[in-house]
Design a protein around this ligand. Sequence first.
Ligand code: ATP
Ligand code: MG
Ligand code: MG
Ligand code: MG
Length: 465
Amino acid sequence: MRSDEIRRLFLEFFEKKGHKILPSASLIPEDPQLLFTIAGMVPFKPIFWGKVDPVYTRIATCQKCVRTTDIENVGKTPRHHTFFEMLGNFSFGDYFKEEAIEWAWEFVTQVLKIPEERLWISVYKDDNEAYEIWRKIGVPSSKILKLGKEDNFWGPAGPTGPCGPDTEIFYDTQRDVPTSDGKEPTPANTEGRFVEIWNLVFTEFYQDENGNLLPLKRKNIDTGAGLERVAAMMQGVYNNFDTDLFAPIIEGICNILNVEYKKDEKIDVSIRVIADHIRALVFLISDGVFPSNEGRGYVLRRILRRAARHGKLLGANAPFLHKLVDFVVNKMGNVYPEIVEKKEFTKEIILGEEKRFLQNLNKGLELVEKVVRENNGKISGEMAFKLYDTYGFPLDILRDLAEENGYVLDEQGFNEYMEKQRLLAKSAAGDVEFTKRTGYEDLKLKSEFVGYEKYEEYSKVLAIK
Ligand code: ATP
Ligand code: MG
Ligand code: MG
Ligand code: MG
């Protein structure tokens, strides 16, 4: 089953269950405190936070998401991306646990026709209600794991706020992997065999300043299933990158860089990183993010340089990323018209950044030579960080150079500078309470770029006057 069909079936299924189907919101959230839309619930945060009343009490979407927290995993695990699509159904004070669980199960087992034996469930250890619903549906107790807060409790996003237990559906790929305790494999004692495909969150509490969990007046449902993971499950492949969503992009990379996929793991990682990052670049630029030295633009820049660097590892000595835009647009433009509309513009932005990066790379190389000449072959942590920060010179390039030429590189010092910067970035991106602003001012501004109708739709949903 192709990914287009999975997306369509999901939305149709929930439409039949009375949900209003909305198009994906922008990757740039209305919430000024959040860098990117990291989940399907983000556009509805004002409703979850009780700041506005819902216009529709049942909504389903396929939402564009970007998570930079997973970037180190990309290409290495079979299931993590920076850009991905999240299928989700939401209830705002309407249905609750029973329907959410029953419908998720119905969709997976009846519509997608996944054999029940291949599915596992996890619930929050104190959530007997959820546990009993799964039992009632017929899931054997041996396949329902009761886990703690780290695994099955969502939120609150700050010191206070809405939160609640969740339940996850795992798919058993039946891969032979070692268990940590020598017992029968379960999602809790293995890594890489069971894939979390769907998370159902029951937002039923509000955590106050003293850590008390107060029951919410309006209980909400927030679910999310990664389309790429569902596609892998449906297409009988282990790695998301082997689904139809990525095949044409990977083929494009192989043709343009003249490399072969699935011959060498190290090369494959680079190919997958590029395939992942080019999607993120296309979608971020189409939603109005531009390369810069701060905030969202800086993240974009980092993603691009990471992709360019992996291209270099594969032998690319000239800009190539802009040539991959067509493959992404051909694959996904039918669902996301904004990337078609912004195609030529996206190519231009990417090409400009690629050129700049290559230039900086050369400047950086000269600077490295100067530094080691003046410092007896040593590169201090501070200098490594400056090269990284000012010239976008990635540490792994320095590492290669050091190894090739016998330089001494202070990686620990570099990491200390990085950590300082990371903490700064984190505090800037921290998730705090909603401000009193309606966000309408921003929506108006952004609408020029992404199409006014879409935002009109969202402002209706969020009851923004
Ligand atoms: P994992 O434990 O595998 O990292 P998660 O628990 O962090 O996933 P959630 O925050 O629950 O993920 O997101 C809901 C769903 O979105 C997941 O069940 C998964 O299907 C999908 N998903 C989450 N993160 C990613 C990602 N980086 N790339 C692709 N899909 C993802
Ligand atoms: Mg995760
Ligand atoms: Mg998880
Ligand atoms: Mg989860």
